[in-house]
Design a protein around this ligand. Structure first.
Ligand SMILES: *[C@@H]1O[C@H](CO)[C@@H](O)[C@H](O)[C@H]1NC(C)=O
Ligand SMILES: *[C@@H]1O[C@H](CO)[C@@H](O)[C@H](O)[C@H]1NC(C)=O
Ligand SMILES: *[C@@H]1O[C@H](CO)[C@@H](O)[C@H](O)[C@H]1NC(C)=O
Ligand SMILES: *[C@@H]1O[C@H](CO)[C@@H](O)[C@H](O)[C@H]1NC(C)=O
Ligand SMILES: *[C@@H]1O[C@H](CO)[C@@H](O)[C@H](O)[C@H]1NC(C)=O
Ligand SMILES: *[C@@H]1O[C@H](CO)[C@@H](O)[C@H](O)[C@H]1NC(C)=O
Ligand SMILES: *[C@@H]1O[C@H](CO)[C@@H](O)[C@H](O)[C@H]1NC(C)=O
Ligand SMILES: *[C@@H]1O[C@H](CO)[C@@H](O)[C@H](O)[C@H]1NC(C)=O
Ligand SMILES: *[C@@H]1O[C@H](CO)[C@@H](O)[C@H](O)[C@H]1NC(C)=O
Ligand SMILES: *[C@@H]1O[C@H](CO)[C@@H](O)[C@H](O)[C@H]1NC(C)=O
Ligand SMILES: *[C@@H]1O[C@H](CO)[C@@H](O)[C@H](O)[C@H]1NC(C)=O
Ligand SMILES: *[C@@H]1O[C@H](CO)[C@@H](O)[C@H](O)[C@H]1NC(C)=O
Length: 827
């Protein structure tokens, strides 16, 4: 809470500073020219990221006006020189060169180029800006070493290089930054031992090295950092014992050591002045001696994370009762037995996921102040006891157990009230569906055994925002009386069989998944009012309609999946600027696609600014990752399922299995960022457009089973990522283009094109034909599957998210549990 308000205060004082210095002053011509040149060094192209809304500041600069009044510029009130440049999220593209005119702005005190695409090294010349106090270059795609000239910035107080690909060790010259107060380096590839140079920087209050490759033991003299308040070294390769002086830094408030290989006992010597430590994360390490004695000395702890520890060291939890201020406790991933006498301080947040718990623990009965309980992924059987609801916990997660129902009367949950989030997914619940209080915002009940109609009592939940009941056996129709706040409705894989209702629910919808049901009729036009809609999936139903052109008024639509229905008729060109996954395969579409067909699909040509941390937020709005959307996809000839992070990087088009005819639209070449293109099993004729070779990101191309003729364009050989392609069953002719990717393809990728010749086909182009070796082919296929698998695994990697700069550990770790929104609201 204190940190939170501090942050707020800081940003407030930042604001005041900006206002004070933005008083109008004519900007010196040399500064104006430097800025104008700087602008011209980059192309401005909107970037595709879920993390920020672009604000194209430089586009609004006008050369004939005072540059001190330009967006993002502040000048010194006396001299008029430019002292602050904030082009955060301005969609600048291109490397920052060492001769950039930026380095002529000698008086800069604050430079913020975060969230732009500046692939390249951070040039030496940064050392010219010797008055810099604040340097923020987070999320910029920089790579290479951090150069020693950074050490020339001796006024620097605030340095943020997070979320880039910086590698190597920190330069020794950083030892000169003796005013440095905040150092943020999270999410890079930096390595080496804990940077000893930092130990001389006694003004440091915040250090974040999390998610890098730092290794070795922590130095024993860290107590020289006498002002340190926040140390975050999460997710590195540190090992060895924790130096006990670390806990002696009296200013230390937050210590985040999770996800390393620390071992040994945790020793906290008798502390003369009381520790100020409020947040301690020790999870996912290899500590191997009991920790209780030591931790009980940290009397001020409010947040304690002991998730995925070595269970043996946690047998006795009674020491926790000494931590009177404790409010947030994470014991997930430990094999826990709770003694009947266990007393814990009154907690607000308790995580007991994956603890091998077999029943609702009795000690909970006294935890009457809980705001959140996560008891998911355990072995709890039977019914939820009646007393549990008397605790009135707003956010309850009992997913992934074997629970089959609720003890007590039908309204047992409703009567006590208070439930806001209820996650009962992946259990054995069956009817009756529980009656819930109207405070319910989020209801997740997928993967259970519910059947019958979706109970209409759900309509009393007037504040319901998310309803996920996928993978049950609900039948009947979709209730039309759902909350007008509903933003997520997932009823995937049930047996809902009615006609698709014409009047459709909430205008607030962001994500609608009704795939794998038995819906018939047309898509409801009322969706036209859902301007926030990002995700629409109705695959595998019996919807019979023409193409829903009216969807083009939905500016946010990113994913459209109509796969396997009875859609029919021709499709004329339409524009959906954010579309990234377009799957209309296995329908009955017909006709010719105009040559500009793909011209209005901007997102598929924008470079992705991506790192793993993006993953699960994409479709939930930042910080609301409670449900996962999923899409089936045929990629590289195999079926796969995209969940979570898959969405962030995938840009795919699948129009296979229809009856499209005529030529493949030339405009396909505009979609430079497309990864998967499947146009197979149609009646396309004519040549393969050479513009295909402009899709430089393409990894999988399927044009098989059409009537394409002419040669395969030789430019295709330049597509270095194109790992899988299929041209079989066409009328292609002439030599197969030469390129390693192509020659390594399976023969079957080119089969049944009588006039095609050259490697990998056995038919040489001068004539002469060999028989296809079936065994060889099978082997190739296996190999291919392996490749697809590893590729899929990489794509579906799953990491917690991150913003630039610091996030309170409290909140950061909450992401992992998926509760971010609620916690931040409650704070
Ligand atoms: C800066 O250097 C690049 C090559 O590194 C060069 O192409 C460019 O012309 C130079 N710009 C100026 C203004 O000197
Ligand atoms: C950094 O400082 C050193 C020593 O003062 C000087 O030699 C060097 O030229 C400076 N580098 C830059 C890029 O300013
Ligand atoms: C500067 O960059 C940071 C990220 O490094 C960003 O959060 C912030 O909003 C930017 N702007 C200002 C005025 O600090
Ligand atoms: C720290 O500072 C001391 C004296 O100021 C110096 O001798 C030492 O080399 C410095 N250490 C590092 C790692 O920079
Ligand atoms: C800390 O200890 C290391 C060796 O372990 C030494 O190189 C460094 O100078 C020491 N720094 C301070 C500030 O004492
Ligand atoms: C630490 O304090 C406890 C009691 O407060 C005492 O029993 C113990 O001997 C002390 N240990 C040291 C090393 O001073
Ligand atoms: C709950 O608290 C009461 C008194 O505060 C105590 O008597 C009882 O033993 C506690 N029960 C559990 C399960 O901790
Ligand atoms: C919510 O339910 C409570 C009691 O069940 C009732 O008093 C209240 O009017 C309801 N609120 C709304 C908005 O329906
Ligand atoms: C699903 O529900 C139908 C009735 O709606 C029933 O006939 C069928 O047996 C149920 N299937 C399962 C697996 O429970
Ligand atoms: C969209 O909303 C407006 C106003 O709420 C309503 O009049 C209109 O009928 C709606 N459109 C559709 C297609 O439902
Ligand atoms: C590929 O793109 C470039 C520009 O990015 C364009 O000049 C060229 O004509 C395109 N090639 C084809 C074959 O469309
Ligand atoms: C509940 O727990 C499961 C498993 O730990 C997790 O995947 C899910 O996101 C959690 N639900 C909510 C609403 O946070």
């Amino acid at each position: 809470m204190i940190m939170w308000s501090l942050c707020f205060l800081f940003s407030l004082s930042d604001l005041i500073l900006v206002f004070a210095s933005s008083a109008k002053h004519l900007c010196p011509p040399d500064q104006r020219d430097a800025l104008w040149e700087f602008k011209s060094e980059f192309s401005v192209q909107e970037l595709d990221s879920s993390w920020w809304e672009s604000d194209l500041k430089t586009e609004r600069w006008r050369s004939n006006t005072d540059c001190c009044a330009w967006d993002g510029i502040s000048c010194d009130s006396k001299t008029g020189t430019v002292v602050e440049l904030d082009l955060w999220g301005s969609s600048l593209n291109g490397p920052l060169r060492s001769n950039s005119s930026l380095f002529r702005l000698q008086h800069l005190q604050s430079l913020n180029l975060s969230s732009n695409n500046l692939p390249g090294i951070l040039p030496d010349s940064i050392g010219n800006l010797k008055y810099l106090r604040v340097l923020k270059l987070c999320y910029c795609n920089f790579f290479g070493k951090i150069l020693s000239s950074l050490g020339n910035l001796s006024y620097l107080t605030d340095l943020d290089l997070s979320v880039n690909q910086f590698s190597g060790e920190l330069p020794d010259s950083m030892g000169n930054l003796n005013r440095l107060s905040e150092l943020q380096l999270r999410y890079n590839n930096l390595g080496g031992n804990f940077p000893a140079v930092l130990l001389n920087l006694s003004e440091l209050t915040q250090i974040s090295l999390s998610y890098n490759k730092f290794k070795g033991m922590l130095p024993s003299n860290m107590s020289s950092l006498t002002n340190l308040e926040y140390l975050d070294i999460n997710g590195n390769l540190f090992y060895g014992p924790l130096p006990s002086p670390l806990f002696m830094i009296p200013s230390l408030i937050q210590l985040n050591l999770e996800g390393n290989s620390f071992s040994g006992p945790i020793e906290i010597k008798n502390i003369s002045s009381p520790s100020n430590l409020e947040v301690l994360s020790l999870g996912e390490n290899n500590f191997d001696a009991p920790i209780q004695g030591s931790l009980s000395k940290l009397a001020g702890l409010r947040t304690l994370e002991l998730n995925y520890m070595n269970t043996r060291i946690m047998v006795d939890l009674s020491y926790l009762s000494h931590l009177k201020s404790l409010s947030y406790l994470d014991l997930s991933g430990n094999d826990l037995k709770f003694s009947s006498t266990l007393r814990l301080p009154y907690l607000g947040f308790l995580f007991l996921s994956s603890c091998n718990i077999v029943e609702f623990p009795k000690f909970l009965q006294n935890q009457t102040r809980l705001l959140l309980l996560d008891i998911s992924v355990n072995q709890i059987e039977g019914k939820v006891p009646e007393w549990f609801w008397r605790l009135e916990i707003p956010h309850v997660n009992i997913s992934q157990n074997y629970v089959s129902g609720f003890d007590g009367s039908a309204d047992v949950i409703q009567r006590t009230g208070g439930v806001v989030t209820l996650d009962i997914s992946s259990n054995a619940f069956r009817e009756p569906f529980p009656l819930l209080p109207n405070s319910t915002n989020y209801l997740f009940g997928s993967d259970n055994l519910f059947s019958g109609e979706i109970p209409r009592t759900i309509c009393d939940l007037v504040y319901l925002e998310r309803l996920v009941l996928s993978n049950n056996n609900f039948s009947g129709s979709i209730p039309l009386c759902l909350s007008t706040y509903l933003s997520v409705l997932h009823l995937r894989n049930n047996s809902i069989s009615s006609v698709f209702p014409e009047d459709f629910i909430s205008n607030m919808l962001i994500s609608l998944d009704l795939g794998y049901n038995r819906l018939s009729g047309g898509l409801p036009k009322s969706l036209i009012n859902c301007t926030r809609l990002q995700f629409l999936n109705v695959e595998e139903n019996r919807i019979s309609d023409t193409f829903p052109f009216w969807l083009r008024v939905l500016p946010n639509l990113e994913i459209l999946v109509l796969r396997s229905n009875e859609f029919h008729g021709p499709i004329s060109s339409f524009s959906l600027p954010k579309l990234r996954i377009f799957d209309i395969s296995r329908n009955r579409f017909t006709g010719v696609l105009q040559s500009d067909f793909f011209a209005g699909w901007g997102a598929m040509s924008l470079p992705v600014v991506y790192f793993e941390g993006d993953s699960q937020y994409r479709f939930s709005g930042v910080g609301k990752p409670y449900y996962q959307a999923s899409v089936a996809l045929t990629n590289k000839g195999s079926n796969m399922k995209l969940v979570g992070s898959g969405f962030t990087i995938y840009k795919t088009i699948d129009i296979s299995g229809n009856r499209f005819e005529g030529g493949i639209p030339e405009s396909i070449g505009l979609l430079k960022e497309l990864i998967v293109l499947n146009m197979s099993n149609n009646a396309f004729t004519g040549r393969i457009p050479p513009s295909l070779s402009n899709i430089t990101s393409l990894q999988s191309l399927d044009l098989s089973q059409n009537q394409l003729s002419g040669k395969i364009p030789p430019e295709i050989a330049k597509l270095t990522f194109l790992a899988w392609m299929n041209f079989s069953y066409n009328r292609l002719e002439g030599p197969i283009p030469q390129g390693t990717q192509i020659q390594s393809q399976n023969i079957s990728s080119f089969a049944e094109n009588p006039e095609l010749c050259g490697v990998p086909l056995q038919k040489t182009c001068g004539g002469g034909e060999g028989a296809i070796n079936q065994e060889q082919e099978d082997e190739d296929e296996d190999e291919e599957k392996d490749q697809v698998l590893s590729w899929t695994a990489a794509a579906i990697a799953y990491l917690p998210g991150v913003f630039c700069g610091f996030t309170l550990g409290h909140i950061l770790t909450s992401y992992r549990h998926g509760w971010f929104m609620m916690i931040s609201t409650m704070l």
